[in-house]
Write a protein that binds this ligand. Structure first.
Ligand code: OGA
Ligand code: MN
Length: 203
């Protein structure tokens, strides 16, 4: 695999994706960036800019608190330098994956997500029935000093009945093939902040 021109951290993710279909990096996002992103997410929540997330897409979209209870706001380029810094990282990741795995990823879409205490997202796959553009899921966590007993893990259902839990600690990035791995978000005892996004191919 020609990963020589790709920064080591990105090369590791690409390698993991190729061999296992998922990757977890505990030190991916610089601390100053996660701090600023968390601040930005909280400000948007305070200004009432976050909306209850829905299930499905377009006219089929419904809010269903029994399935997911997070509040979200989509990221837009050029609105905010902190968000732009994050989008630039995702662009680097997109390019690294395309250079080696030839998935034809065209763009990134992502949103801030805030799960209030007790909120969860039941087991699901990140693919809409009517839209198969989402190829790679990328979730970045923004929570300083997350304690194990606070819950809120991302639980991935892997092959052979195995599960893998990701603690939503600031700096961690988890990347996985959207179609391959069912996953759920377990309830937490404190606010749980993240940026969830998808690298997408052409429709
Ligand atoms: C999602 C999702 C995981 C997480 O938004 O589709 O599964 O850990 N998020 O926030
Ligand atoms: Mn998901």
């Amino acid at each position: 695999m020609n990963t020589l021109t790709i920064a080591p951290l990105f090369a590791r993710i690409v390698d993991d994706l190729a061999t296992h279909g998922w990757s977890q990096q505990s030190i991916f996002i610089p601390t100053d960036l996660t701090t600023q992103l968390a601040q930005e997410c909280r400000q948007r929540a305070q200004r009432g800019q976050l909306e209850l997330a829905g299930i499905g897409r377009g006219v089929a979209k419904v809010v269903h608190a029994g399935i997911r209870g997070d509040q979200i706001q989509w990221l837009e380029e050029g609105q905010n330098s902190t968000v732009d810094r994050y989008l630039a990282l995702m662009e680097q990741l997109r390019s690294a994956i395309n250079q080696t795995l030839f998935l034809g990823l065209e763009d990134f879409e992502g949103h801030f997500a805030l799960y209030p205490p007790g909120a969860f997202y039941k087991k699901h796959l990140d693919r809409f029935r009517d839209d198969d553009r989402r190829v790679v899921t990328c979730v970045a966590y923004l929570n300083e000093q997350w304690l194990h007993e606070q819950g809120g893990e991302l639980r991935m259902y892997l092959d052979g009945g195995q599960t893998h839990d990701v603690v939503p600690q600031a700096g961690t990035l988890v990347v996985f093939m959207s179609e391959q791995w069912p996953h759920e978000v377990l309830p937490a005892t404190r606010d749980r902040l993240s940026i969830t996004g998808w690298l997408r191919r052409r429709a």
